[in-house]
Design a protein around this ligand. Sequence first.
Ligand SMILES: NC(=O)c1ccc[n+]([C@@H]2O[C@H](COP(=O)([O-])OP(=O)(O)OC[C@H]3O[C@@H](n4cnc5c(N)ncnc54)[C@H](OP(=O)(O)O)[C@@H]3O)[C@@H](O)[C@H]2O)c1
Length: 269
Amino acid sequence: MTDARHFALVTGASSGIGLELARQLAERGYDLVVNAEDESRLLEAAREVRAAGTEVEAVVADLRSPEQTDGLYERATASGRPLDVVVLNAGVGQGGAFTGNDLADELEIIDLNVRSTVHLAKRALRDMEARGGGRVLVTSSIAATMPGSFQAVYNASKSFLQSFTEALQNELADTGVTLTSLMPGPTETDFFRRAGMEDTAVGRQDKDDDDAAQVARQGLDALFAGKDKVVAGSAKTKAQALANKVLPDSVKAQMHRRMAEPGSAGQDS
Ligand SMILES: NC(=O)c1ccc[n+]([C@@H]2O[C@H](COP(=O)([O-])OP(=O)(O)OC[C@H]3O[C@@H](n4cnc5c(N)ncnc54)[C@H](OP(=O)(O)O)[C@@H]3O)[C@@H](O)[C@H]2O)c1
């Protein structure tokens, strides 16, 4: 690896938004450590990202596990090379009624979306603060701005990340370290299939105008501009985020029910 090149870590880089973030960082000249849990998908993604001509190391780690989360950071920093950019993107959702869903599955969402992000942020931000520089991108969601009926734990996990990121922006002001919250709307990835939401209105809705490459580009532009947050995606997504600023929470919860209740795909308006 050449030290003159910048160096970044991207979690959840095997598909969707994380793969695009990794690809576009490589196109901007970054050497990378990329992470996911599924080895074959991660190795395939790393091969694709290497096409941009930078060094890409794939590190398989299940970020639901604190030990493997620590192991990922150890591997990423083992060479002594400082991480200029850390992208905390790995995350999953789960649709369905809270009282019907399995408790263990929902606690795993918290382990991945919340606990692993706090864990990696702790390690990375301490190092960045000591060095006086670095950039962190946290994949939140516009879900952070609305109560998530029939996706309650997921939306709450993103509200946590949003609050967490904005608090750290203030704590770390004037240290040379920046954090940016990436807030995509519904985006064309594997997310809704994996969340078991293919029979929902939001799972089924046309997302042709909200592709992962566009979301990643808007996220990286905001990161490198030092912005606090960016709602990423189509004009429709940005309009939804604006509306969410003024709508009462109870109205947003009811809107979310219409989008995310199992079977809602059949009742499309
Ligand atoms: N798509 C949307 O509509 C949308 C909207 C707003 C925010 N987001 C957020 O965007 C982020 C990326 O999601 P996506 O839409 O790109 O979905 P995706 O294509 O399903 O990507 C999820 C990524 O997370 C990784 N991951 C899952 N479980 C993991 C684990 N236990 N340990 C390590 N990595 C794990 C996956 O890797 P494996 O191959 O190992 O499973 C994959 O790389 C998530 O934080 C999501 O909440 C998505």
